[in-house]
Ligand binder design. Structure first.
Ligand SMILES: *Cc1c(COP(=O)(O)O)cnc(C)c1O
Length: 372
């Protein structure tokens, strides 16, 4: 009897336990502890930014990023439709209007050639989201943002250790964000980070994260913030994880290379692109898209894999197809054919850092049985 292969399992066998014990031995478990500052400093250095601000998850990192840029009622923000709800939610909660573009069919990232036609006098920002392991083609985006005076929010949640033309992902936005959820390849259980070079944006995010307490007189507030703080316990784990970032990225690439080698003779599947001229895939997850000629979709494939003890997850569901936004009168009657195909035909297989070669072979055998 073989065991179920979970879709993700993190690797926590470095200094995580040692640093966590330090928290417990010293009593520093809140956001005031020394690991938080240390983790922020190391992280900022890793992505070559001036400021790094921890928050309690990657979704609220986006909320703060949008709030700090002063996106107001009616302001439009352009983003890929193919992303997690957190991106659209951050814009909508701030009163902004999400405007979506479709995906590139090969990289699965936002089709940057569609951005310019969506710009009008209400457009304030472009939210760039790097998807699944390859970054967005940033140069055209930076050029457009510069030409029209737009801000860039960069969601690099899936891009720890990835670069675009040898510059770290997370270093491109006026403000950029990360997540440390356990399927991200640097994890703190739950957690997130905002990075920026802009002193005033950093100050604003620090204040918003901490209820907008004022240093001169605590408990009197000029603005409304949130408690989005990150604990010393989370930072202890994060620091231990960050020490191994290079190794983790190598391991992800190895997983990607093994799957690609073993699955590339299956004509029924479109596999992730190995590289573009600006980046080599880091396979945050190893996704695949079922080709048109196969008579069943991802839901069916995932069900069949589950019966063979393989964990999977479906691809994102486009923002323009989200019932919650339609109920609010947003993103109705929009067609994004590439995203619509990806969300119905795409899914990903186990690709966490703790995955063994034995497990990968088990996954490949099951995938072949389902599609051959
Ligand atoms: C994981 C993820 C998030 C959200 O992060 P959480 O920490 O789970 O809230 C945001 N954006 C992208 C692209 C993600 O992959």
């Amino acid at each position: 009897m073989v065991d179920f292969v979970p879709v993700n399992e993190p690797l926590l066998d470095g200094n995580e336990k040692k640093y966590l014990n330090e928290c417990i031995d010293t009593g520093w478990i809140s956001s005031e502890g020394p690991f938080v500052k240390k983790f922020e400093a190391e992280f900022a250095q890793t992505v070559t930014r001036k400021h790094a601000i921890t928050v309690c998850n990657g979704s609220v990192a986006l909320d703060l990023a949008v709030a700090s840029l002063d996106i107001q009622a009616g302001d439009e923000v352009i983003l890929p439709t193919f992303t997690i709800i957190s991106c659209g939610a951050a814009i909508v909660r701030a009163g902004g209007v999400p405007v979506v573009v479709d995906c590139d069919p090969v990289t699965w990232n936002m089709d940057v050639s569609q951005i310019e036609s969506k710009i009008n006098f209400k457009t304030k920002a472009i939210m760039v989201v790097h998807i699944y392991g390859l970054p967005v083609d940033m140069d055209p985006v930076l050029e457009i943002a510069d030409k029209y005076g737009l801000k860039i929010i960069e969601d690099a949640a899936e891009m720890h250790g990835q670069t675009y033309k040898n510059k770290p992902c997370g270093s491109f936005g006026n403000i950029s964000t990360f997540s440390f959820y356990p399927n991200k390849h640097v994890t703190t259980g739950e957690g997130g980070m905002i990075v920026t070079d802009d002193d005033s944006l950093a100050e604003k995010c620090r204040s918003l994260r901490n209820l907008c307490f004022q240093p001169q007189r605590r408990f009197i507030h000029e603005e409304l913030g949130w408690n989005f703080r990150f604990t010393n316990l989370q930072a202890a784990v994060g620091l231990a994880q960050l020490e191994r970032l290079t190794e983790f990225v190598q391991r992800k690439r190895k997983i990607g290379a093994i799957y690609t080698e073993l699955l590339s003779n299956l004509p029924q599947l479109e596999l992730p692109l190995v590289k573009t001229d600006y980046a080599t895939n880091i396979y945050w997850v190893y996704g695949m898209v079922i080709k048109e000629e196969v008579p069943f979709d991802a839901t069916e494939a995932m069900q069949r894999l589950r019966e063979k003890k393989i964990g999977t997850r479906p691809f994102f569901w486009g923002m323009h197809e989200q019932p919650v936004f339609h109920k609010m009168g947003l993103l109705k009657d929009i067609s994004c054919p590439v995203a619509e195909r990806l969300s119905r035909r795409g899914f990903y297989i186990p690709s966490g850092l703790a995955l063994t070669e034995e497990q990968m072979k088990q996954v490949v055998i099951a995938v072949k049985e389902v599609f051959d």
